[in-house]
Write a protein that binds this ligand. Structure first.
Ligand SMILES: C[S@@+](CC[C@H](N)C(=O)[O-])C[C@H]1O[C@@H](n2cnc3c(N)ncnc32)[C@H](O)[C@@H]1O
Length: 348
């Protein structure tokens, strides 16, 4: 059975184009205007147009998810059945754990304002897939962004075993199969629907990936089982004690000399951009983002036991990793992407 995410058409398309147009407006025209005003006033809260920016950011996101929900929901039973019909003769595998208890920090927040999160029903993973694509305003239609991470931020190496933490529906995992064709590639996530979709998509694209329903903070894999552990857009969704556990777990499952490579967000040092990003967390239901911005990430990695920890800006619309450590010059509102890398000490 083919698993096909419904694509917006007709009135849905028109509605979503309107919402995406509003997103474009606040991210470009309104943001640039605020920036000019901020340079004069020095505080976001004094700017008359900032409440409008905040309202548009939160409510366009809500509007987008609600419309996608309404679009996908009528197809939910058929989509669920298509997810449950496992691919024939798979290259990879799917290992769900019906007894896995989902942590409260995960179930109590509707991250990104997506109703029901990505885990509470089969339809949610399809809503997430189409939302994750269109929210990038046409900039990530072929998942170039995820490929760019692998192509520019992972140093050449002999990575025989690769683990992707919080793999979602596999768009962060698949580029590792292309880049390291001989490797065993494993993706883990908490969401069963995400993992089912990940498995179907990987098989359709002939990518050999083993997907497991496991926690990033307690993966259940043996010590020193991987050469590379990666996570894209996971760590800003974790409470601080869990982030520490996840890093400890990554260290445990890495072989000596193995690499941890994370793609996430950080402060840029640009007061205006950082102030807007501070507000983004609460506006977009990302309750743990603020903690990530407060801590010294290389120091945390060093405390946990990693060596050579570094944080480098990443330009998702340009050349990816910025080895020279500078931020791309952009006048629009955009995520401050960074690559966080650290190594497990070589055996003595
Ligand atoms: C923003 S999505 C990113 C998905 C994917 N890495 C990508 O780049 O498209 C975060 C993913 O992490 C998963 N997740 C969150 N907390 C987790 C945890 N403690 N252990 C494993 N997965 C987790 C979520 O279910 C979700 O699929």
């Amino acid at each position: 059975m083919t698993v096909q995410t419904p694509a917006p058409a007709g009135e849905d398309r028109a509605y979503l184009d309107f919402v995406l147009g509003l997103k474009q407006y606040f991210a470009t025209t309104l943001y640039a205007k605020l920036h000019d005003q901020y340079d004069a006033a020095g505080s976001l809260n004094e700017l008359p147009a900032y409440p409008l920016f905040e309202w548009l950011e939160r409510n366009t996101q809500k509007m987008m998810w609600r419309r996608l929900e309404a679009m996908v929901r009528p197809h939910a039973p058929a989509l669920e059945a298509s997810l449950d019909a496992l691919p024939l003769n798979p290259l990879g595998s799917l290992h769900l754990d019906p007894n896995l208890e989902l942590p409260e920090y995960y179930t109590e927040t509707e991250f990104h304002i997506q109703p029901g999160g990505v885990w509470s029903g089969a339809a949610n993973t399809f809503v997430y897939e189409v939302g994750a694509k269109i929210v990038m305003l046409g900039q990530n239609d072929d998942y170039r962004f995820h490929r760019l991470f692998v192509e520019t931020a992972i140093p050449p190496g002999d990575y025989g075993d690769i683990l992707d933490l919080g793999c979602g529906f596999g768009k962060s995992t698949r580029p590792f199969v292309d880049a390291f064709p001989g490797a065993r590639v494993v993706g883990i996530d908490l969401s069963a629907p995400n993992l089912k979709l990940a498995h179907h998509q990987a098989e359709r694209l002939h990518k050999r990936i083993a997907f497991y329903q496991r926690k990033a903070e307690a993966t259940g894999f043996p010590d020193a089982a991987f050469d590379l552990v990666t996570a894209t857009m996971l760590i800003h969704e974790l409470p601080m004690p869990v982030l520490r556990q996840v890093l400890q777990e990554a260290l445990r499952v890495l072989r000596p000399g193995g690499l941890l490579a994370v793609l996430d967000f950080a402060r840029t040092g640009d007061a205006f951009h950082d102030a807007v990003m501070d507000g983004h967390g609460p506006r977009n239901n990302e309750p743990y983002m603020a903690h990530l911005f407060k801590i010294d990430v290389p120091r945390l990695l060093t405390d946990v036991g990693f060596v050579a920890a570094e944080v480098l800006p990443f330009d998702e619309r340009g050349g990816g990793l910025r080895e020279d450590c500078t931020w791309p010059a952009r006048s629009d509102w955009h995520f401050p992407w960074v690559v966080i890398r650290a190594t497990k000490r070589e055996a003595a």
